[in-house]
Design a protein around this ligand. Structure first.
Ligand code: NI
Length: 265
């Protein structure tokens, strides 16, 4: 089981750093300050609420490895539904899977994404590799820009499909950084741009959760109508606090996560 979990996370990490080479630099930069291995708080995946590949379908890969479904989150303005999945062994990161509510989208968005996902081979849908299978359909820049106007999330999924949207460094487990401000200063001092939507730090010690993230870097993507630079993946940083009973907060806050989503804008 342990080998299978590590193998899956390695596959997801390798795919992620191909889409966001900056993430490898950032990880190495933080790792160079630590004696122990960096711990991931969570990883996030994006999909659509079609029966073909909704949260339930994607989560099978993790459920088989000992994860179980926990809290549900609703992002009304972004037309997203999400679930958190946690492992019984808390050294493994949580999995945050969101899905776009296609039924709340325009006919155009529904048509494009519904026809795109029909191209996913059945053997991929039935396998545990679906979560790292990327995109099975052709893409055009013209369609991408039209989707982007209606939903940044729809446009991102159209181009990248099934891939980790972000890994998240657990600040609680860093030996040489205590506060999220120190982490942010280290990133900015090394010329990385942070997502400032809703402020550099989302949340606070009072609400037991503080989060920040880099802005997704732009990479060249080959569309049917040419090569274009678009935002890919980002890196998140999280600091969790204990409540008055001494229990470490282990969930997510909708208002903060809502702003984190904007790291790919
Ligand atoms: Ni996150």
């Amino acid at each position: 089981m342990k080998n299978k979990i590590n193998k899956l996370f390695n596959t997801l990490w390798e795919q992620y750093i191909l889409l966001a080479p900056q993430a490898l630099e950032i990880r190495n930069m933080f790792q160079s300050t630590q004696n122990k291995e960096i711990i991931n708080d969570h990883i996030a995946l994006r999909t659509v609420n079609s029966d073909i590949c909704n949260i339930e379908v994607l989560s099978k890969s993790f459920i088989e490895l000992g994860y179980s479904q926990k809290e549900n989150f609703n992002f009304e303005n972004k037309h997203l539904n999400a679930y958190c999945f946690r492992h019984t062994n808390d050294i493994y990161p949580s999995i945050f899977i969101s899905e776009l509510k296609l039924n709340e989208m325009s006919d155009y968005v529904q048509e494009i994404l519904n026809s795109s996902i029909l191209a996913i081979p059945t053997e991929v849908l039935n396998s545990n590799n679906i979560v790292s299978s990327g995109r099975a359909w052709p893409i055009s820049y013209d369609v991408y820009t039209k989707l982007y106007e209606q939903s940044e999330y729809a446009a991102w999924f159209y181009v990248f499909g099934f891939a980790v949207n972000h890994f998240t460094i657990s600040i609680n487990h860093l030996e040489t950084f205590t506060t999220i401000e120190e982490v942010n200063d280290y990133l900015k001092g090394n010329q990385y741009n942070l997502n400032t939507s809703g402020g550099e730090i989302k949340g606070s010690e009072e609400v037991l959760l503080e989060q920040s993230s880099t802005l997704a870097e732009k990479i060249d993507i080959e569309f049917s109508d040419g090569i274009h630079k678009i935002p890919s993946c980002f890196y998140e940083f999280i600091k969790r606090h204990k409540d008055e009973k001494g229990i470490l907060y282990n969930s997510f806050i909708v208002e903060s996560a809502d702003k984190i989503f904007e790291s790919t804008n």
